[in-house]
Design a protein around this ligand. Structure first.
Ligand SMILES: [Fe+2]
Ligand SMILES: [Fe+2]
Length: 286
């Protein structure tokens, strides 16, 4: 298996995972200051599956609003454009991979729990360091390991080999991917989200979450948050990233965030309160 083949396939092969066009429209609309709540509601109304998820989440304990949210316009007004963008992308990525059958060796439910767990912990870290981009960081966390799902969905025999190496050699899924594919899920996730035309503040941190030092400086905090959140998520045993190892945090990640290991412990202690939220989000997306 050659790295170039995989990159070519992601960028060129029609049948490879595409997201509905509506997602690009929603991303663009959320970034356009001229767009009104009604404009955005009209765009979103074209996708019943996204609508349903937004309404369920807006009414769930995850957001904890007391008043009933029964229209998309109301949801947009209450949750804001950024959160609506996050929810739309989340729903549509869940849907697009749901259509593809799953490998028995790789537990998708555990995979998504790991992803939602990491995303939610990213938010906790983000608030801890007083960074305001909670929605972007949530999405980066949610999609950080999407490359694994891509391998599992489109390169099934090779991915089985990866999972075998993980079990037999007790190595990380990252090392096993590198052996079998010659490329790892972080890089592949970067290519995939690039193909989906996602903004760079999502693409770059996904691509560099295992190599924060190489991440372009303006996105390095996001990449570092994901790495720390992934570590904490594994400590709490929330879902599974494909192997059961707890990788060391790169000291560079802590430096980028201005955190000590004591801070990481403090953040980790807050995670117990977030568990219910993680399961709520999972139940609505799945
Ligand atoms: Fe990863
Ligand atoms: Fe992960």
């Amino acid at each position: 298996m050659d790295k170039q083949d995989i990159m070519f396939a992601i960028m060129n092969v029609e049948e490879f995972p595409t997201l509905p066009q509506i997602i690009t429209k929603i991303i663009d609309a959320c970034e356009d200051e001229q767009v009104t709540v009604d404009d955005l509601a009209k765009i979103i109304s074209n996708d019943p599956s996204i609508c349903a998820r937004i309404l369920k989440l807006a009414n769930s304990a995850y957001y904890g609003y007391l008043r009933k949210v029964n229209t998309i316009s109301k949801a947009i007004t209450i949750l804001g454009f950024e959160t609506i963008k996050t929810l739309s992308i989340s729903a549509s990525v869940f849907d697009s991979f749901k259509k593809i059958r799953s490998n028995y060796n790789f537990n998708r439910c555990q995979f998504w729990l790991h992803s939602i767990g990491t995303a939610t912990i990213c938010k906790v870290i983000c608030r801890h360091i007083h960074n305001h981009d909670v929605e972007v960081v949530f999405l980066v966390g949610l999609l950080h390991d999407i490359g694994k799902l891509f391998f599992e969905s489109y390169y099934e025999p090779q991915f089985e080999e990866v999972m075998k190496l993980v079990t037999v050699n007790r190595c990380s899924i990252y090392d096993a991917e590198s052996q079998v594919f010659g490329v790892t899920h972080d890089e592949v996730g970067g290519w995939l989200t690039e193909r989906w035309k996602f903004p760079l503040d999502l693409v770059n941190p996904i691509q560099y979450h295992h190599d924060v030092k190489s991440c372009p400086e303006e996105y390095a905090q996001f990449a570092a948050m994901v790495q720390v959140a992934d570590h904490i998520c594994r400590i709490h045993n929330i879902g599974s990233g494909g192997d059961n190892l707890i990788p060391q945090i790169d000291p560079a990640a802590l430096e980028i965030l201005g955190l000590t290991m004591q801070d990481v412990d403090d953040i980790s202690n807050k995670v117990t309160d977030e568990k219910e939220n993680i399961f709520t989000f999972m139940a609505i997306m799945d």
